[in-house]
Design a protein around this ligand. Structure first.
Ligand code: C5P
Length: 227
């Protein structure tokens, strides 16, 4: 089985990111580079993390006019990232443009549906009269109909989305906590094994790895827990 662990490089400097990446690379399948690190260090950090041999998930959540998003996806593909994110709420034309720019052999374009920081009243404020779960399903359908082959979802959405979507759609989930570890600010968490059993393809794991005393050992223990 492919290693499904994506270790989040949620640090602000290249030095910290590279030390973590080099220590952990053999024990994970990919690294997530998000806005904090990318804005601080630029595309060079992507190249340097790729040099560890691990795949890179560039989590910049593109949301713009279709032409701009397509060009951003092309630039990300040139950096040789394997996964990237766009907001599904950007609409069909934007999603199609992103997928076309990635092509069949480029990065896996993942749709982000509803941010887990938003509740029903936040959606109502935007003019959306749906529960977050209903809106997640609506946007998941929209994104996959537009051609996307992957989505980011919370652990609670894995099972319902698996029922709703074609089996080939890859589900990437944060909110993962090994049994017995601190949940921090994550309100609804799932263990790595439960998330995989529910149908997740990739697990985004931050603090349980980077804040561990021995990040490499923590990643290896998570891998071992998957059987
Ligand atoms: O430290 P922790 O394992 O909670 O990190 C999870 C990672 O996944 C962080 O990079 C966080 O920004 C991201 N994420 C999340 N929840 C979401 C979307 C992304 O925790 N709904």
């Amino acid at each position: 089985m492919r290693n499904p662990i994506i270790a989040a490089l949620d640090v602000s400097t290249a030095e910290e990111a590279l030390a973590l990446a080099q220590a952990v690379a053999p024990a994970v399948g990919a690294f997530k580079i998000g806005k904090e690190l990318f804005v601080a260090e630029g595309p060079d950090i992507v190249r340097r993390v790729r040099d560890t041999g691990a795949a890179v998930f560039l989590d910049l959540k593109f949301h713009d006019i279709p032409n701009t998003v397509a060009k951003a996806v092309t630039s990300a593909a040139r950096l040789d990232v394997q996964l990237l994110t766009v907001h599904a709420s950007g609409g069909t034309a934007m999603l199609r443009a992103a997928q076309e720019a990635a092509g069949d052999n480029g990065p896996l374009v993942l749709g982000v549906t509803v941010l887990t920081s938003m509740d029903e009243s936040d959606l109502a404020e935007l003019g959306i009269q749906k529960t977050p779960a209903e809106q997640v399903h609506h946007l998941a359908k929209l994104a996959t109909t537009a051609g996307l082959r992957g989505l980011v979802c919370s652990p609670q959405e894995i099972a319902p989305l698996r029922e709703l979507l074609p089996a080939e759609v890859q589900l990437v989930t944060p909110g993962i906590r090994p049994a017995g570890s601190a949940s921090g600010d994550q309100k609804r968490v799932m263990t790595p094994a439960d998330a995989i059993n529910a149908g997740a393809d990739w697990l985004v794991i931050g603090r349980p790895i980077y804040a561990a005393e021995n990040p490499r050992a923590a990643a290896e223990a998570i891998r071992a827990s998957l059987g």
